[in-house]
Design a protein around this ligand. Structure first.
Ligand code: IFM
Length: 454
């Protein structure tokens, strides 16, 4: 399989997210986000919630080095860059006041992309809620969905003349389950009411935000992304099947179906009935997002044990995983390329989304620099096998027309800190030097980029 076989209309991109790369947490009037707060939290033993104790205060310093990063994307041969806007750079407290300097920064990033022949694909929300909104309840407060709608309108009006491709949310599953139920992500809540409330409010914000963005822009290509997993059941015989179905409802369907007017799948997972306390009259009648595509993000499959709260222990940061003898990444995530084909088929089967785009896929390995090179054959094998699944899905008639590698460069991997390395480019955090890995050269050679090993 060669990347050229995907044809000229297929979009090849790399992805990043603001908190994971930008650093400069106070620059140009930015307000604090929940990730600034979370990573600086200490428990009574002085320990932070981040495995290696690091923060995103510097990360890859891309707030200042964005031109260097965009030049790398160009040299690697990619024609699209998916990055996220930091909401508190644009609205420091999340409400009303707009910080012109924040918008100007993103305008410069977008102009730099365009000057290098790279299409900007902009995500509105990749987890860094303004702390000011968290102080009034964050996603557990329905008002936050209204504030997000205002924010969508603001950025659509300010940047819509330059940006064509938009995504509203990155992986609501991690906002809701990791952030409000498991508590390993900001804001670090561990409560069922917080889980139910945030689930409904993020879904509402997706729908309302899509309409606001549509009305603020013209000719925009609007999508949203979902973390998707082909779930595996635990437990004996029929219980395994039951567990898999309820995990599918909790992990996948509860995020996809409410935003396409199908309501919550509580017949498969009784747990989800808890969300009813937050649904107001008329909510479900009006819940269809205005989307041109769905962003599919797939990393591994999650095993669902048959527990009173299905899905609770299946978040990858908590181990997850599939067959005991399956190959895994350095994080222990099972490498299962066929899962990508399965989730693409599942989303196509809704017969709702005009197009699918793989907006993230990638793997962390223990990369090392040896004589100035990073040899990462396992990552090349990972991309080859997953792209073969995309090609096969297209042959089956699934309308998937883009693939974004996660990530351009090694960056701050949330609760796991700086240790996991997902990049096509190695980051030397001591010097901020970028070193293209063999996987980056693999893409460059096939996509016609100029980067070649020196
Ligand atoms: O780094 C994350 C990204 O922010 C969201 N999707 C999964 C990636 C790898 O865990």
């Amino acid at each position: 399989m060669r990347l050229a076989d995907f044809g000229d209309d297929f979009t090849w991109g790399v992805a990043t997210a603001a908190y994971q790369i930008e650093g400069s947490p106070d620059a140009d009037g930015k307000g604090p986000s929940i990730w600034d707060t979370f990573t600086h939290r200490r428990n009574w033993r002085g320990k932070t919630p981040i495995a290696d104790g690091t923060t995103g205060d510097e990360a890859t310093d891309s707030y200042r080095r964005y031109a260097e990063d965009i030049a790398l994307i160009r040299d690697l041969g990619f024609s699209a860059y998916r990055f996220s806007l930091s909401w508190p750079r644009i609205q420091p407290t999340g409400s009303s006041r707009v910080n012109r300097a924040g918008l100007d920064h993103y305008r410069r990033v977008i102009e730099e992309c365009l000057a290098n022949g790279i299409e900007p694909w902009v995500t509105l929300y990749h987890w860094d809620l303004p702390q000011g909104l968290q102080d009034t309840g964050g996603w557990t407060n329905r008002e936050t969905a209204h504030r997000f709608t205002d924010y969508a309108q603001i950025v659509g009006e300010a940047l819509g003349d330059l940006v064509e491709h938009w995504m509203l949310f990155n992986e609501p599953l991690n906002i809701v389950i990791s952030g409000h139920l498991v508590g390993n992500f900001a804001p670090g809540k561990r409560s069922l009411p917080a889980y139910f409330a945030s689930l409904h409010h993020v879904n509402l914000a997706t729908v309302w935000g899509s309409h606001a963005l549509r009305s603020a822009t013209s000719g925009a290509d609007i999508g949203t992304t979902q973390y998707l997993t082909p779930p595996v059941g635990g437990g004996p015989g029929p219980l395994a099947d039951l567990a898999a179905r309820s995990a599918d409802a909790v992990l996948n369907r509860a995020f996809v179906e409410p935003i396409i007017g199908r309501g919550y799948p509580w017949e498969e997972a009784g747990l989800l009935r808890g969300v009813r306390a937050y649904i107001r009259d008329g909510d479900l009648d009006e819940m269809t997002a205005d989307l041109d595509f769905l962003g599919v993000q797939y990393y591994t499959r999650l095993r669902a044990p048959f527990l009173p709260i299905p899905g609770l222990w299946t978040v990858p940061q908590f181990g997850g995983g599939g067959a005991d003898d399956a190959p895994t990444t350095s994080l222990g995530w099972e490498i299962m390329p066929e899962g990508l084909g399965m989730v693409l088929d599942a989303m196509h089967a809704y017969d709702h989304f005009p197009r699918l785009v793989v907006t993230e896929g990638g793997a962390s390995f223990d990369d090392r620099v040896v004589d100035g090179r990073v040899h990462d054959p396992a990552r090349i094998a990972y991309y080859s096998s997953h792209l073969a699944e995309v090609a096969a899905a297209r042959e089956r008639g699934v309308p998937v027309d883009g693939y974004f590698a996660w990530s351009l460069l090694d960056n701050f991997e949330w609760a796991l800190g700086l240790v996991p390395r997902f990049g096509l480019v190695y980051t030397d955090y001591a010097t901020q030097a970028r070193i293209i890995k063999d996987s980056g050269y693999w893409f460059a050679e096939q996509l016609g980029g100029s980067a070649r090993p020196g």
